[in-house]
Design a binder for this molecule. Structure first.
Ligand code: NAD
Ligand code: TYD
Length: 343
């Protein structure tokens, strides 16, 4: 039986990926690893963490000593989601971003080499390409030109990953995906922040003129693409992943407002994010042509289901907004320290 190590498994995309794996691949052992930072939430894994083929490890990917036993026990594939992921936080302080997104990746790459891992998938982002004008899109050969400390740290990791393929022959694959939406996203990101604010009767903060464009993809489509990559990608390859769904932020706000019965008076235009990338758009032909993957969930359906998920799972996001989910970890593991042991 193959073993897949999923790092960052208690976050938004990692937990959705574990859910998909457990649903579709009864024949793999899943080791879900996460440091449980502010963004990691064990509740995200509550419905897919049972049985003999699942194990959770709390550990920091920067901590080689804590992670080594996991690799020593046998890992065939690594899918690395673990990262500091919020651009605004990276503007307030870049240190944790460099530590985890670059230093942590180096630790994982070294352990993967030492323990003969067969495939190492680095989950990267379209943000490494920088910002576009009104036309054009990013292809896999677009030069990397990141603008935020977050995207710079992810781009640095991509370069490091490529170097381990070229220098050591480690079977790495990099995926660069656009903006994800769906269930279990931390409510500091645009869509869950706006939905939960409105449920609480608060306004939604739109940066700048609200005309920045993102390409949106449902998290399930992203996770399916990663499975396709695990199955079929050649070592050393890079794949763009996207939803073919470019929208301005104001349009996202309007969809949410209208579904929840509000008008635009609930929008509060706030100071723009420094260095705010204007537009992202993805050319996803390579993954379609080579691996046969295409996004399946249309935005009209996906956004309504997503809004309804947050409305129907108020306890989930309320415990985050009040910080109660962190108190649970403190009780389980002690305040602060990250430990490399099973719960
Ligand atoms: P997230 O912030 O929801 O989850 C990140 C997870 O990583 C959390 O559970 C956190 O506890 C864990 N983590 C952080 N530092 C760690 C460390 N040092 N050791 C172990 N675990 C650690 O982020 P997400 O939105 O799920 O993003 C997952 C990955 O996908 C990231 O690498 C991100 O760059 C990438 N990505 C995200 C998007 C998006 O739209 N959210 C798009 C493209 C790529
Ligand atoms: P975000 O979800 O932070 O993703 P990213 O910056 O990685 O694309 O933001 C998506 C877009 O929404 C981005 O253009 C910034 C904007 N935004 C707001 O206008 N208001 C907000 O409160 C947030 C969090 C984001």
């Amino acid at each position: 039986m193959s073993t897949v190590l999923v790092t960052g498994a208690a976050g938004f995309i990692g937990s959705n990926f574990v859910r998909l794996l457990r649903r579709q691949r009864a024949d793999v052992n899943v080791v879900a690893l996460d440091a449980l930072t502010y963004a990691g939430n064990l509740a995200n894994l509550a419905d897919c963490c049972d049985g003999p083929h699942y194990r959770f490890v709390r550990a920091d990917i920067c901590d080689s000593k804590a992670i080594e036993p996991v690799f020593a026990a046998g890992v065939d594939w690594v899918v690395n989601f673990a990262a500091e992921s919020h651009v605004d936080r990276s503007i307030h302080g870049a240190r944790a971003f460099v530590q985890t997104n670059v230093g942590g990746v180096q630790v994982l790459l070294d352990l993967a080499r030492e323990h003969d891992v067969k495939r190492f998938v680095q989950v990267s982002t379209d943000e490494v390409y920088g910002s576009l004008g009104a036309t054009g899109s990013f292809s896999e050969s677009t030069p990397i030109a990141p603008n935020s400390p977050y995207s710079a740290s992810k781009a640095s990791a991509d370069l490091l990953v490529q170097s381990y393929f070229h220098t050591f022959g480690l079977a790495t694959i990099i995926t660069r995906c656009s903006n994800n939406y769906g269930s279990h996203q931390f409510p500091e990101k645009l869509i869950p922040l706006f939905v939960t604010n409105l449920v609480e009767g608060r306004k939604v903060p739109l940066y700048g003129d609200g005309l920045n464009v993102r390409d949106w993809i449902h998290v399930d489509d992203h996770c399916e693409a990663i499975l396709a990559v695990l199955d079929g990608a050649a070592p050393g390859s890079v794949y763009n992943i996207g939803g073919n769904c470019e929208l301005r932020n104001i349009e996202i706000a309007r969809r949410i407002l209208s579904h929840l019965g509000h008008d635009e008076s609930m929008i509060e235009y706030v100071k723009d994010r420094p260095g705010h990338d204007r537009r992202y758009a993805m050319d996803i032909r390579r993954i379609g042509d080579e691996l046969g993957w295409r996004p399946r969930i249309g935005f009209d359906r996906g956004i309504v289901e997503t809004i309804d998920w947050y409305v129907n799972n108020e306890a989930w996001w309320r415990s985050i907004k009040t910080g109660d989910y962190l108190k649970y970890y403190e009780k389980q593991y002690g305040a602060g320290g990250v430990v490399g042991s099973d719960p």
